[in-house]
Design a protein around this ligand. Structure first.
Ligand code: NAP
Length: 403
């Protein structure tokens, strides 16, 4: 039995590493999740077999309570709420780390390195959950604006991982150190990648006082007019195009329009139109949000074009069809120094010959600012729910209507 514990920990650590590797691309992401779950199961079973665990009574109660909350959460939570759900999970993990640290202090009152690790564990763990650290957490977040929030969320998640590392030192649990280090460093790397995607430095994101709505811009917007079109008109323009770029955003996720978008892709492809998808790294509300939704709808991966490549192809596109995206297409990010999203790379949909935007109203997106794209000469607004509007367009495309 004593050999089983290190063995289960080594296998679990290897599975966590493989899981992270496979989570890297949509093609292997499902395998990554399964392998991660298996690793966690091994880690839990291995830990329960430790000789220090003398009584299972409370552990079984906790297992049932946790499962009663976790299983419905996993199945009932809509995709658009995954970031909040992830944040809650991390907050619970951080709270657990802080509580274990506090209990360990009263149980053993450690000294030297163990005391430093314990203090770090409690500090990082409680950064998201108790009163003094909570105040610190709020002060840390207040100057950060809307468009930068994804970076901060992943940074906070990485703190939870680092807290787990410290807990591993306190409890002398090597697997906790490994898992925490993987969690902490991957969250940190993700934050750096997102900063790069937004063309921002860490200090600029954390202390830039972004997110203030520009009163002048809002007033200017009121005097401008936007042109709208019907589903029939939009469908005939798409049908006549050679190259169409679809740019999905948060609204596609809200409307759950990804399967209708696949039908539109099929209908246009059958008509000989070259249809590609331009993917912005922070479109939606979590990293990879659009990739996940489009993969779920079975859209071929090779049609998903990353922002940089899409931007070099967009000037040749006949149509850029924006479906529920807003901030990630706002040209103000390129030139308006007063805009809260200035400096964030965007998908250059305004370079396409015609731009069509599906959304329900002229309301702003996450960053709370107006989008000058909507008032440009080449832009047509297609007002409506993304799923219903795409369905209406599909009906107007000849071959699709006949099929
Ligand atoms: P966005 O700027 O938030 O805009 C989404 C648009 O979707 C809204 O303007 C809304 O307009 C429209 N919409 C909502 N429901 C719809 C429906 N049922 N049908 C059609 N349209 C609908 O989204 P985005 O362009 O994807 O940009 C993402 C933003 O979120 C960025 O600012 C990013 O920094 C931030 N963010 C990203 C993450 C991440 O990790 N990806 C995390 C947190 C925050 P109407 O109300 O007029 O319909």
């Amino acid at each position: 039995m004593s050999a089983l514990l290190p063995l289960s920990y080594i296998v679990a650590a290897a599975l966590f590493i493989l899981s992270l590797k496979w989570l890297n691309t949509p093609a292997t992401a499902r395998r990554g999740v399964r392998v991660g779950e298996l690793g966690m199961l091994l880690a839990v079973v291995g830990t329960l077999l430790r000789q220090e665990v003398v009584d299972y009574q409370w552990i079984i109660v906790a297992l049932f309570v946790g499962s009663a909350i976790g299983v419905p959460l996993a199945y009932l939570m809509p995709m658009t709420a995954v970031p909040q759900r992830t944040a809650i999970s991390h907050a619970c993990g951080a709270l657990a780390a802080a509580l274990v640290g506090t209990a360990e202090y009263y149980r053993e009152t450690p000294h030297g390195f163990a005391m430093v690790a314990l203090a770090l564990e409690v500090l990082l763990g409680s950064l998201i959950f108790i009163l003094l650290s909570l105040t610190f957490g709020v002060l840390l977040i207040v100057p950060i604006g809307g468009a930068d929030m994804p970076t901060v969320i992943s940074l906070l998640n990485s703190y939870a991982g680092m807290s787990a590392v410290a807990m591993g030192f306190v409890l002398n649990n090597k697997l906790l150190m490994v898992a925490g280090a993987l969690d902490g460093s991957s969250g940190f790397i993700l934050s750096i990648i997102m900063c790069k995607a937004m063309n921002r430095s860490f200090t600029n994101v954390l202390f830039g006082a972004f997110g203030q709505v520009q009163a002048g811009a809002a007033a200017a917007a009121e005097q401008r007019t936007a042109r709208s079109a019907t589903a029939e008109e939009a469908a005939s323009i798409l049908d006549a195009a050679r190259l169409v770029f679809i740019v999905p955003g948060y609204g596609m996720a809200v409307a759950q329009a990804q399967h209708k978008v696949k039908e539109l892709y099929d209908a246009l492809t059958r008509r000989g139109v070259d249809v590609r998808f331009a993917i912005h790294p922070v479109a939606g509300r979590m990293p990879g949000h659009m990739n996940v939704l489009l993969a779920e709808a079975d859209i071929p991966y090779d049609k998903l074009i990353e922002m940089e490549d899409a931007n070099s192809e967009l000037p040749q596109a006949d149509v850029a069809l924006v479906i529920g995206a807003n901030d990630v297409t706002n040209p103000a990010a390129r030139h308006d120094r007063g805009s809260p999203i200035y400096g964030m790379p965007i998908i250059d949909v305004d370079k396409a010959h015609t731009v069509m935007v599906i959304k329900r109203s002229m309301s702003p997106g996450f960053a709370g600012i107006d989008n000058e794209l909507y008032y440009m000469d080449q832009t047509m607004m297609l007002f409506g729910d993304a799923k219903a509007f795409v369905a209406a367009m599909i009906k107007e495309i000849p071959a699709a209507a006949a099929a």
